[in-house]
Design a protein around this ligand. Structure first.
Ligand code: AMP
Ligand code: TRP
Length: 344
């Protein structure tokens, strides 16, 4: 059976971009057709300036929202990255396979590091090595497919490269994974700045629809979206990024095709109205289920505890195999174990 792994960072409230680009696919598709793991990647939230209490709160909220979006612990494994030591254990080995040049070429690193420096801040070393930890997340589970939004493609490519390199040098250990993207809305753009991704860590609130926004708030944000000059509704990501974004959001929410939908609208106003309603309707059941789950925090905690246990059992053999393959001496498991005489 295909093994699927994906993750989400607790660095901010989850957005419509997270939902359409990743979470919805996990719930409607991936958990049903594969052996799937979904992870709140909290260690990744420490790569930028962070508030410990907020990371804890957002981790809990992300877990609750994943369940609210339809992930079913009977079908998939939901867990928190820091509860499973194997991620950090494997990350170090992969740092010994990756190169610093490779890390410095990562687009997200370049962008985030530049932004941090512009603000006069310092860049955490973990921001540079972050894609290696992400590769460890993926490779520890023998993952075949990584369902992500488009912004993560380069990171998954790196995981592929590291898997291939490790296997060539030290013997076959890792499955070589590949990224999958949703057919539309793989890159939802900021409604106020359609040339930038709708990112949850950005502070431009009006352009970001959060999964937990009240319907009226979400509706207003879509109605106030920046559109392009021109009046006819055409689907052209280059020339009309604002309108293209709305068409993609509408298509993703209503199950249509952005190009075909463009032909159905005579004005930007009608398009915005329908997109706003479609967004509100798509998010409504998630918000409602989230409210129910918040009333039962013990349930979410139990899911995460079981999830971590299952994940640990799945990751351990692969990570142990990687430790042996790279040349580390296995620890003696009992008194007098003849480890030093072992063949490898
Ligand atoms: P992150 O918020 O960076 O932890 O991302 C979690 C998942 O959501 C990843 O698969 C991202 O690619 C996806 N994602 C985040 N923002 C967007 C967006 N604006 N459009 C589409 N997918 C997104
Ligand atoms: N880097 C991803 C993001 O920013 C989150 C992530 C971490 C991830 N580890 C992962 C996604 C493993 C997929 C698989 O969105």
């Amino acid at each position: 059976m295909t093994r699927v792994f994906s993750g989400i960072k607790p660095t901010g409230h989850l957005t419509l971009g997270n939902y359409l680009g990743a979470m919805r696919q996990w719930a409607t598709l991936d958990q049903h057709r594969s052996e799937a793991l979904f992870c709140i990647v909290d260690l990744h939230a420490l790569t930028v300036d962070h508030d410990p209490a907020r990371v804890r709160r957002l981790s809990r909220q992300a877990a609750t929202l994943l369940l609210a979006s339809g992930l079913d612990p009977a079908l998939c494994t939901v867990f928190v990255q820091s509860h499973v030591d194997e991620h950090a254990r494997l990350s170090y080995l992969l740092e010994c396979v990756a190169t610093d040049g490779e890390m410095r070429r990562m687009i997200q690193y370049k962008e985030k590091a530049a932004r941090e420096r512009r603000r006069g801040g310092s860049v955490r070393l973990s921001l540079l090595t972050y894609p290696v930890l992400m590769a460890a997340d993926i490779l520890a589970y023998g993952t075949d497919e990584v369902p992500v939004g488009q912004d993560q493609t380069q990171h998954v490519e790196l995981a592929r490269d590291l898997a291939v390199r490790f296997n060539q040098r030290y013997g076959h250990t890792f499955v070589v994974p590949r990224a999958t993207n949703p057919p539309v809305a793989a890159r939802v753009m900021n409604l106020q700045d359609p040339l930038s991704k709708m990112g949850k860590s950005d502070d431009t609130g009006p352009g970001i629809v959060y999964v937990l926004d009240e319907p009226d708030v979400a509706r207003k944000k879509v109605m106030r979206a920046v559109t392009d000059s021109g009046r006819d509704v055409v689907y052209d990501r280059e020339a009309r990024p604002g309108v293209a974004n709305l068409l993609e959001i509408l298509a993703a929410c209503s199950g249509g095709d952005p190009e075909a939908l463009a032909g159905a609208y005579a004005s930007y106003g009608d398009l915005k109205r329908d997109a706003a309603e479609a967004v509100v309707e798509v998010l409504r059941p998630v918000r409602e289920r989230h409210r129910e789950l918040c009333a039962d925090p013990g349930h979410v905690e139990g899911v995460l505890r079981d999830g971590a246990e299952r994940a640990r059992a799945m990751a351990r053999p692969t990570v142990d195999a990687a430790y042996r393959a790279i040349g580390l001496l296995p620890a003696a498991s009992g008194a007098g174990a003849p480890v030093l005489n072992a063949a490898r």
